[in-house]
Design a protein around this ligand. Structure first.
Ligand code: ATP
Ligand code: MG
Length: 723
């Protein structure tokens, strides 16, 4: 047997990890040191050399994308497909188990997954139906409470109210929420894990089966496992299983979602005799980038301590650009991206990272104007868009009439004369009779509603029945196509004039193509439709439709975990934004932000740009901030400050040179003022127009003065001289 491909491209320590005997192992190592690579090679080694059947392995990754990538890499090493190998996220794997063992789990066979939006809506409805004051019991907080408890593995009955009436109320709402979910066959994300854990724990046979089957448990990004994930792993491993986990305490960035880096220590106690391996050579970044990252993270106190080094070249300095505002920042980034593309590089090799999702809008605007294709990870993704959720709700109803969340979403969309009062009556009936909205609708249409309202409800119900009947024997994509037409969603959105309606219709069409390219797993017992619906709910968290196009990658620093790019921009590096305002005063919070910064820096392979803006409009507010303290934690020797270019005021919104020269409206146009125009002010001296707003007497311009910095001035008072 030729094991060269498996071992050849590894260093000694990595090789030692890959070929370690079948004992629990903990690989603890810094960014870019080959942890994920070791995991991939370990899987191949076990299959090829240790004769472990692919179904004897369970591999856990942090995202679905990483799971797909891992499967590809293992298959490439083995030169054969490994269909029976279970690779996925904790959520994905738990979902798979629940689908197989819905009976043991106490769920209906066609249970539906609800995402956090659906969950929130359900909670709002619940509060209303119980007549709970939602200004005091804030739905988002209740949601946070429920998910937090589930992440800790706790059901309402396990939680101590500590004699606190507020807490008692939260627990009681958690219980009511559970009842609704159970009745409707609805499973939220946290429930996937908790339910799987309970099912395995309480079914000796099942547990025995899986323990025997999954002898080897491989886990990536172990530092970010939460309590229930860890408990699940611990349970599956039992005393004989061999967990092989890799992680980096310096990259623990999900504490706010219940992740506990302490599991690294706990693991060594729970699995006595654990082999601990440290990898210290970094293969990803230039020496400059690596040293900068090391210097930043050295400011954290609570660390296990690692020493990362590289044999790689020193590489270029980290470029720091101080922008006037967020548009100038975007403009700068786009300029550099254009250079990068012009040099023949792939767009997909570049990434723009930001702290907060909302930052993407301005960057997107700039990229669109510059006609640079891009993709946003983790923004409003395809499966989360309203029209897609509408279509999915219809589909879900054809599969499960008791799905209350879907029922409420589309019962009157498109409008069909079912008013809020009727829906409220249904809710009351459902509550009183502990039944679903569907069953309530039937009952009140028969007994309580007047002719017109009853007809409307009956028409809706027969529409759903008809859809279910007519699509019964159709292929998945034909089902989707049929439903979006028969539901009249297409006509409904056609009335929505302009681009918005058009985009929605395009998206619906895209849903049909998504269904077309969807490949159901032959091993799954559920129908392709149910599988597709679950896929939609799980995949909503990641990526966008056209994954194959070469495009610039936009994402939050959180979503960048585990990835690498030759060119990286870290933008919005301002105190208050990053580190985030919330965490500045809290030492633990600040350390977590610093780890996030470490994650960001270590994504870069060759070139790293750090940008910050003096003034930023975000969430409708103008902020003036200092550069992030993290920038000052990078030693000067690794930094090169980029001086603004003369024409830095090039406006973002104008996409062509002709447009750029168009004078602005109102007072400005009479004066011939345009963006980029050089002007002189009596007091502030020479400057360049960056931005204009308003008309007539209200026209204002933003000018970047060479000496005095940027200022907003009312045009009619400013007496600007054109130069
Ligand atoms: P992160 O902490 O960011 O998840 P990681 O420790 O998982 O990083 P990998 O992504 O596995 O690191 O590896 C980082 C880069 O280094 C990859 O491009 C990988 O292919 C490369 N690499 C790892 N080990 C070696 C090696 N022995 N020889 C050459 N390249 C390597
Ligand atoms: Mg990794």
């Amino acid at each position: 047997m030729d094991v060269t491909p498996i071992l050849d491209s590894l260093n000694d320590v990595q090789r030692q990890a890959v070929t370690a005997p079948s004992e629990p192992a903990l690989i603890i190592a810094g960014a870019g040191s080959g942890k994920t690579r070791v995991l991939v090679h370990r899987a191949a080694w076990l299959i090829e050399v240790e004769d472990v059947a692919p179904q004897g392995l369970l591999a856990v990754t942090f995202t679905n994308k990483a799971a797909a990538e891992m499967r590809n890499r293992i298959e490439a090493l083995l030169k054969l497909p490994v269909q029976h190998l279970w690779i996925g996220t904790f959520h994905g794997l738990a979902h798979r188990m629940l689908r197989r063992h819905w009976r043991e789990a106490g769920l209906p066979q066609n249970f539906q997954i609800i995402d956090s939006d659906d969950q929130l809506r359900l909670i709002k409805r619940l509060l209303k139906s119980l007549e709970v004051d939602d200004s005091r019991w804030i739905p988002k907080e209740i949601q946070w409470f429920i998910n937090g408890q589930k992440d800790e593995g706790l059901r309402p009955k396990h939680i101590d109210d500590e004699g606190d009436p507020n807490r008692r109320q939260q627990i009681s709402l958690y219980q009511s929420y559970e009842d609704i979910c159970q009745r409707g066959g609805l499973v939220d994300f946290a429930e996937l894990l908790l339910r799987t854990h309970e099912t395995l724990r309480d079914n000796a046979e099942l547990l025995k089966h899986y323990r025997r089957r999954f002898q080897h448990l491989l886990v990536d990004e172990f530092q970010d496992t939460n309590a229930i994930q860890y408990a699940w792993l611990r349970l599956l491993a039992g005393d004989k299983g061999v967990p092989f986990v890799v992680g980096d305490d310096d990259q623990s960035i999900y504490r706010w979602r219940g992740a506990r880096v302490e599991h690294i220590h706990r693991f060594q106690k729970d699995f006595p005799g654990t082999r601990v391996i440290k990898l210290e050579q970094n293969y990803r970044s230039t020496e400059t980038i690596l040293n900068a990252a090391n210097a930043v993270i050295a400011n954290n106190n609570s660390r296990m301590g690692k020493n990362l080094w590289t044999e790689g070249a020193a590489g270029e300095a980290i470029k720091v650009y101080s922008a006037y505002n967020e548009r100038d920042e975007a403009d700068f980034i786009i300029g550099r991206l254009n250079d990068w593309i012009a040099q023949g590089n792939m767009r997909a090799d570049s990434a723009i990272l930001y702290r907060s999702n909302a930052q993407s809008r301005v960057l997107e605007e700039g990229l669109i104007n510059a006609r640079i294709p891009y993709r946003v990870y983790g923004g409003l993704r395809f499966f989360e868009r309203a029209e897609i959720k509408d279509a999915l709700a219809y589909l879900r109803l054809t599969s499960n009439r008791d799905d209350d969340s879907s029922f409420e979403r589309v019962v009157n969309k498109p409008t069909r004369g079912i008013g809020a009062r009727t829906v409220e009556m249904m809710r009351a009936y459902a509550r009183a009779n502990a039944c679903s909205m569907w069953c309530a609708a039937g009952a009140i249409a028969r007994d309580d509603l007047n002719g017109r309202a009853a007809n409307a409800v009956n028409a809706f119900m027969s529409l759903i029945e008809r859809m279910a009947r007519e699509t019964n024997s159709l292929e998945l994509h034909d089902k989707v196509d049929h439903v979006i037409h028969v539901s009249t969603l297409i006509e409904f959105f056609k009335k929505d004039k302009g681009e918005k309606g058009e985009t929605r219709i395009e998206n619906l069409a895209e849903l049909v193509s998504a269904a077309k390219s969807f490949e159901p797993d032959p091993a799954e017992e559920m129908s392709p439709l149910d599988e597709f619906l679950s896929h939609a709910a799980l995949e909503a968290g990641e990526g966008q439709a056209d994954a194959w196009e070469d495009c610039v990658q936009l994402m939050t620093m959180h979503s960048a975990k585990g990835l690498e790019f030759p060119l990286v921009f870290m933008c919005g590096m301002e105190d208050g934004l990053f580190p985030h305002q919330r965490s500045v005063a809290d030492p633990n919070g600040l350390e977590e932000e610093r780890r996030l910064c470490y994650v960001g820096i270590t994504r870069a392979m060759q070139s790293l740009y750090i940008t910050h803006a003096e003034q930023r409009r975000l969430h409708g507010m103008d902020n003036f901030s200092q550069p992030s303290r993290f920038i000052s934690e990078i030693p000067d020797e690794y930094i090169e400050e980029v001086r603004p270019r003369v024409q830095v005021a090039r406006p973002m919104r104008s996409s062509s040179p002709t447009q750029r020269r168009t004078p602005i409206g109102g007072a400005g146009s009479e004066l011939g003022i345009r963006l980029g125009q050089r002007v002189h002010h009596k007091k502030f001296g020479d400057g360049v127009i960056l931005n204009c707003e308003g008309q007539g007497a209200h026209a204002r311009v933003e000018v970047n003065f060479e000496a005095a910095g940027t200022k907003w001035l009312v045009l009619s008072y400013a007496n600007l001289d054109l130069m």
